[in-house]
Ligand binder design. Structure first.
Ligand code: 5GP
Ligand code: ZN
Length: 139
């Protein structure tokens, strides 16, 4: 529990939220913005700032709940698809208690979430340099 953290306050019940799922380790509740109908946040009850700070046990407890919430949203609203997003660090992240967005998608919902295809800018050596840079940090 971090005193000035809005999601810790929601976990504790100090401020209200529309809860959709709760167990000993996690809480899922509606994102206040409802960017699309059913936009839900899944958070660990333990305060951790973002994904970089999660232990493997923390991550397992959090991420293992994703399919259950995803299926619930799918069954409830029959979306055409579902985006799962986790923002880390400013300026992407605005609440510094790790959370996973589950965002059901509907025809013409106005959401713009897409990756770009830059294959034509990458040769074999570029892929190799990128691969090496990441792998070096993991060995
Ligand atoms: P981020 O930008 O950090 O990935 O997302 C934070 C999310 O938390 C935003 O989508 C925002 O709407 C949501 N949020 C911020 N404050 C509250 C709150 O008090 N209640 C709820 N339910 N959602 C909140
Ligand atoms: Zn917190």
């Amino acid at each position: 529990m971090k005193e000035d953290c809005i999601f810790c306050k929601i976990v504790k019940g100090d401020i209200p939220a529309f809860k959709v799922y709760e167990d000993e380790q996690v809480l899922a509740f509606l994102d206040i913005t409802q960017g699309t109908r059913g936009h839900t946040l899944l958070v660990p009850k333990k305060h951790v700032e973002n994904t970089y700070g999660l232990t493997e046990e923390d991550a397992a407890a959090l991420f293992k709940r994703v399919p259950k919430i995803a299926r619930g949203i799918k069954e409830a609203f029959d979306p055409i698809g579902l985006n799962i997003i986790n923002n880390n660090d400013e300026p992407l992240q605005s609440v510094f208690h790790v959370h996973i967005h589950l965002i059901p998608r509907y025809p013409s919902d106005g959401m713009v979430l897409t990756t770009l295809d830059r294959q034509d800018e990458y040769g074999k050596e570029d892929y190799e340099a990128v691969r090496k840079a990441i792998k070096e940090q993991l060995d």
